[in-house]
Design a protein around this ligand. Sequence first.
Ligand SMILES: NC(=O)C1=CN([C@@H]2O[C@H](COP(=O)(O)OP(=O)(O)OC[C@H]3O[C@@H](n4cnc5c(N)ncnc54)[C@H](O)[C@@H]3O)[C@@H](O)[C@H]2O)C=CC1
Ligand SMILES: CC(=O)C(=O)O
Ligand SMILES: [Mg+2]
Length: 603
Amino acid sequence: MWNLTRFASSRLSRTRRLFSSVIPGPCIVHKRGTDILHDPWFNKDTGFPLTERDRLGLRGLLPPRVISFEQQYDRFMESYHSLEKNTKGQPDSVVALAKWRILNRLHDRNETLYYRVLMDNIKDFAPIIYTPTVGLVCQNYSGLFRRPRGMYFSAKDKGEMMSMIYNWPAQHVDMIVLTDGSRILGLGDLGVQGIGIPIGKLDMYVAAAGINPQRVLPVMLDVGTNNQKLLEDRLYLGLRQPRLEGEEYLEIVDEFMEAVFTRWPKAIVQFEDFQMKWAFETLDRYRKKFCMFNDDIQGTAGVALAGLLGTVRAQGRTLADFPDQRIVVVGAGSAGLGVLSMAVQAVARMTGKNETAAQNFFLLDKDGLITKERKNLDPAAAPFAKDPGQIVGLREGASLLEVVKKVKPDVLLGLSGVGGVFSEEVLKALRESGSTRPAIFAMSNPTMNAECTAADAFKHAGENIVFASGSPFENVNLGNGKVGYVNQANNMYLFPGIGLGSLVSGARFITDGMLQAAAECLASYMSDEEIQKGILYPSIDSIRHITAEVGASVLRAAVAEELAEGHGDVGPKELAHMSKEETVGYVFRNMWYPIYSPLVQEK
Ligand SMILES: NC(=O)C1=CN([C@@H]2O[C@H](COP(=O)(O)OP(=O)(O)OC[C@H]3O[C@@H](n4cnc5c(N)ncnc54)[C@H](O)[C@@H]3O)[C@@H](O)[C@H]2O)C=CC1
Ligand SMILES: CC(=O)C(=O)O
Ligand SMILES: [Mg+2]
């Protein structure tokens, strides 16, 4: 069932080779002079060659010496490294925001250089533009705000969205990430300040999936906030009203979706960081109507499933043993339920039995173990609620410690948003796990919301564990030359490929089959040697290569389901006739790569 193709050997060098031969095509510009210098998309700063300076009315507007792209790159990296040196010893949050600012300023000046720097240093810069620093940026957004990025649709724009959408200057948009700010990482309702998340996710789309940055659109749907502190903050930039609820809320989202797909019928919309009730409701409402998905439910599920399958292999078992894994999931929200649904589907496929697929899975929320005796049991959690008769020695609402002691799980997976719930006692109890190599997935973001730190996991649960966290931690030095490997179990390994594969296949919808293909691709990416070392996910350095493979898998699944309508000049028949390798090549060819293009002025 799972094709464990090995890509391990020279993934990165293959990716580099593919881009080393990129020859930039001309780029049409409708501006001249300072208007070009002030447009980060076209601006090359001191990199404009003299001929271009003449053609575009730039002569005299720049210092005379022409600096190459490579020199500009080195210059930026030097200033970045001096900033690192100069901020040494300062509080982590101060350093993180200083790094975010210097990158953001580069973005606002010169996008080509920004994305190249980001791509080439993704391991160092992802924690700044993405989790954990993006969380801090959202929390401080009103104070940090200098220039708008993306679009803002508010409850006050009802009836106007169809015309507003035409205010966006780009003619084509491929990828939209949308939030209503109601559940930003594990930080709760941050209202309009949540715009940092779509911006960060789309930066990852450009870096990982090569989506052209001129064709991305971060969107904030501001329907108010229930965060009292923000409502009272005089600097708060969003609507000062409680969140819309019920039909009033859905009418706003409906209007936005209609407006988007009227202007850009081929766009893909990723829903991000919506509170659970709206995450499920909107997914259900739109997934058969528009090309969209919910990253927290669906992207997270695929990444977690790939990690769970890797864990079985790390235990020296075969994938056929997955249904026997005892998995405790802490957090019954959009992410936790998404993970369990996908895991149950995988077990059902492996065993051919739907009814018993969830028997080894245990689900807890803030009120403890969820059983069928739970009052006001959420229908979304009901399929995973335990029958009290089946769980001798455990009761409704049992604590995590009780559950871990009784169940002796192979895997403890946290998506609760609560820092430290995997306490010392809980981690120590995991030493009694029935597994030779228990796994801990502390997936909540940002870092302070992780269910435990990597160091505590190895210290209390033992050195033989497999460990993954949603935000990055350093590997743990276990002494005697041994290292506790830290994986990053984050949906960043899948959402860029899901979006890219859907885009270049011209898929009408994003189906479970396409998402399953994405998860299987990630699961089969790692070699046995890596898995034995406890490495479940590839290094983020090879994110472009992973994303191309995931994108190609999604594309092939869309073709198989007859949902692929083609993209650009490539029609559905051509897609259907491509071999597996050809689909990967095709996906790569559709990736944008940051390099200066000759600018050609059109009046
Ligand atoms: N690593 C990754 O790729 C991803 C991580 N996440 C993280 O997962 C977390 C949760 O996200 P959602 O499911 O969307 O949130 P949510 O708000 O829908 O769900 C949170 C769940 O945790 C439960 N919970 C709260 N306190 C608890 C406690 N003390 N013990 C046990 N359960 C508790 C709640 O009852 C609720 O069921 C966030 O921190 C988010 O950053 C979400 C998506 C992807
Ligand atoms: C990673 C992500 O999507 C989240 O924490 O919400
Ligand atoms: Mg999210």
